[in-house]
Write a protein that binds this ligand. Structure first.
Ligand code: DC
Length: 228
């Protein structure tokens, strides 16, 4: 069908599967991959390193504009920021606790959105986040909104936490996921929304491969052996 699609925007709530789908899709299509959440995490990590107060919006904004986040590898697991290559440290609880606050700061968002647009301008990219189809790349060739029920998303996050040895109950994770949804959808600047022109895919009963193949079909790369 649309064989000339070169920019794919994927948005969705926490734990809907958008990053795992996005990476698998990028590999399937031979596109670059950017998980924009890691850029907000990188600025949060740098702010913690530099002891920038989390309520100092100007300080956080100038930190983001003077320290561009660049890709280190092709899977968005590591980035370069402020002269450091960082990866697993961006998933630490300390970063988790502060990243929502940092990502609400408009000056930070403006700096990172400019960087994201520059990265996308070279084409052939799958970009994942909360505001990609709505704000960052409103002209993307394909916009996908990956969703899943609150219970299913909480169940996935809980299993991941159990696998990592984190002590939590499913009830706690349901509550945390609900809070994260509220923060993402109710912030003043660029809240998580479903763009009206997005293709909505609910992953409650779909595997990652199912979703990747559905999207690959749609962008004109059906798997071998399939009709069309
Ligand atoms: O997807 P994640 O958990 O790594 O995202 C980290 C934080 O960044 C989370 O609070 C949502 C926010 N975020 C955002 O506001 N806009 C994006 N495009 C990506 C992430």
């Amino acid at each position: 069908m649309s064989g000339n699609i070169s920019v794919i925007a994927i948005d969705g709530p926490v734990a809907a599967g958008k990053t795992v789908v996005g990476l698998a899709l990028a590999r399937r299509l031979g596109f670059r991959y950017l998980d924009t959440g890691i850029m907000y995490r990188a600025i949060t990590w740098l702010a913690l390193q530099r002891v920038t107060p989390m309520d100092d919006e100007d300080g956080l904004g100038s930190l983001a504009s003077s320290n561009p986040v660049t890709l280190d590898g092709d899977d968005s697991a590591r980035v370069m920021v402020g002269g450091f290559s960082v990866g697993p440290e961006l998933r630490r609880p300390e970063v988790d606790r502060h990243v929502s606050m940092v990502s609400q700061v408009s000056q930070v968002r403006r700096a990172l959105v400019d960087q994201q647009r520059a990265i996308a301008s070279e084409g052939r990219i799958v970009m994942v986040g909360r505001d990609i189809g709505s704000v960052v790349l409103p002209d993307a060739g394909l916009k996908i909104f990956i969703s899943a029920s609150l219970e299913e998303r909480a169940r996935r996050r809980h299993s991941e936490q159990v696998a990592r040895g984190v002590d939590s109950t499913l009830e706690q994770v349901v509550e945390e996921t609900r809070n994260r949804d509220n923060l993402d959808t109710q912030r003043a600047d660029s809240p998580l929304t479903q763009p009206p022109d997005a293709w909505v895919i609910c992953t409650d009963h779909l595997s990652v491969d199912d979703v990747v193949e559905m999207v690959a079909d749609r962008v004109g790369q059906p798997s071998q052996g399939r009709a069309g």
